[in-house]
Structures are given as C-alpha cells and as structure tokens.
Design a protein around this ligand. Structure first.
Ligand SMILES: [Cu+2]
Length: 151
C-alpha cells in the first residue's frame, strides 16, 4: 500500500505542472490555471499574473504563494484612492465554485518581493500556489516586457 500511495503522490506531482498550463477547452474539472506571466522589472520587486478558474463544485482558496527566486510572494489588490493607486495585501484569495479570478495589471497581482535579480525577458519565474483544497500547484511564469502592462 505505501508503494502505491507513493506512486500516486509522485504522478500527482508530475501532472500538476502540466495541467496548470492546459487551456479552457480541456474538459478538466477543478482548478484550471492559465496565462501565467511576470512583468520585467528594474528593481528586485516584481509582479506576476495569471487566471484562476474554478470548475469544481466547491470553492477553494489561495492561501499562500512561494517562489524560489523571491524572498516572499504576497497576494495584493490595487485600488484607486482618489488619484493614488494603493496596494493592499490579502491574507487569502477565495475562488468560488464556477468563478474565474483574473490577476492582471491594475488589479489583483502576486507581488514578488526580494528577487535575487531584476526580472528580464527570457527568464521565467517558478511559482508554487498553495490552495486550501487543491494543495500545492506549481506553475512557471514567463517574463514579459514591462511595456506589456499598463501602469
Ligand atoms: Cu503589489
């Protein structure tokens, strides 16, 4: 039994990074993560984005994000306070059943803090998204030009 369990756990780990990149027409249930990318940065602070779609019958919650290239990753929202853009850290990001949450410039984003080096095009940022129910999901976010995003 332990052997079988280990095999299952291993195949789960191997499949998650692949399934994370699948498109919306794959018929997959549960969480579908698409279009991850990170914005090129001039400093050691950066931002990453993706779309989280929950096709499951139950809600899930993004609890934490980690990256081997950043000291820490925070889930941020961005709102306008008069003429000033303000970022606020979220403790968790719920993704309800049937809901699609888009992390995009000007709104929700993953703040990469304490990068080993600024992000340049051609690099990619490994991210581990920790969900309450789905567990750890590994994705890789390619770095795109800063001009890609409106500021
Ligand atoms: Cu931020």
């Amino acid at each position: 039994m332990p052997g079988i369990f280990r095999l299952f756990a291993l195949s789960f780990l191997l499949l998650m990074p692949l399934s994370a990149g699948l498109r919306a027409d794959d018929g997959r249930e549960g969480l579908v993560l698409t279009d991850p990318w990170a914005r090129a940065s001039v400093t050691t602070t950066g931002a990453a984005y993706l779309v989280i779609e929950n096709r499951g019958a139950a809600g899930d919650t993004l609890l934490e994000v980690r990256s081997s290239v950043a000291e820490k990753v925070e889930i941020h929202t961005m709102t306008m306070d008069g003429m000033v853009m303000k970022m606020r850290r979220l403790d968790a990001l719920p993704v309800g059943a049937g809901e699609t949450v888009r992390l995009a410039p000007g709104g929700l984003h993953l703040m990469l803090i304490g990068l080993g080096e600024p992000l340049a095009e051609g690099m990619s940022v490994p991210l581990t998204l920790v969900f309450e129910k789905a567990g750890d999901v590994e994705i890789s976010a390619p770095v795109r030009a800063a001009g890609h995003a409106p500021r």
